[in-house]
Design a protein around this ligand. Structure first.
Ligand SMILES: [Mg+2]
Length: 207
């Protein structure tokens, strides 16, 4: 699943770069691409016999992004995976309840690290509604949870178009930032969309 996340982020680079060019310095897509490429290498170096704890799979991605991307995006997207991963300590599988724990801790970590709140036109505008939705669907099957959580993130990213930025270069644009989504929020939708599509492609437990 995390390898598909990496592949999708790499493929989304032009879209992420364009989104950041509209509001910032345009480096977000290449930074994310660099981060998940490093994460991909680290994941592929782990044993694939099921012996690696779930927590470690996610934290491996987070640490690789932190050390390879640099800048605010590296720290913040790295925190998403590292802090989210920490919440999975002791879990032996990844279901809807783990998704909810992951996203809750990821969102808390990102908000603490980036000092951003919902409405500030950042990745939090996709991540926060996704985490809230994951909490509501934590008792159901993972595929349905990810479909719902992915939609919540996409709605949040769409809503970021109407916001004025509080951070970064976009802040100086004032109301000129309205109409464009935040690039980090877009990245969150790519990540969750990849998780959703991976799980939707798995044979169900009853098959
Ligand atoms: Mg940038």
């Amino acid at each position: 699943m995390l390898l598909l996340v990496a592949d999708r982020v790499i493929a989304a680079e032009p879209r992420l770069s364009e989104a950041d060019r509209n509001l910032g310095d345009g480096d977000h897509g290449l930074g994310m691409q660099r981060g998940v490429t490093a994460a991909r290498e680290k994941l592929l170096a782990l044993p694939d016999d099921g012996s690696v704890p779930v927590e470690k799979l996610f934290s491996t991605v987070g640490l690789a992004m932190m050390s390879s991307m640099g800048g605010a995006s590296g720290a913040i997207f790295g925190t998403l995976f590292r802090d989210g991963g920490k919440a999975l300590a002791g879990r032996e599988s990844f279901g809807a309840s783990e998704l909810a724990a992951f996203l809750r801790a990821a969102c808390d970590g990102v908000m603490a690290r980036g000092k951003a709140n919902p409405g500030d036109k950042t990745m939090v505008d996709a991540l926060h509604p996704a985490a809230a939705r994951a909490g509501e669907v934590a008792d159901g099957p993972l595929d349905a949870a990810l479909a719902s959580v992915g939609a919540a993130a996409e709605d949040g990213c769409e809503a970021s178009k109407g916001m004025v930025a509080v951070f970064g270069r976009a802040r100086s644009l004032g109301e000129a930032a309205i109409g464009f989504p935040d690039a980090g929020a877009l990245s969150v939708t790519v990540i969750l969309g990849a998780m959703r599509d991976f799980v939707a492609g798995l044979p169900s437990a009853s098959e």
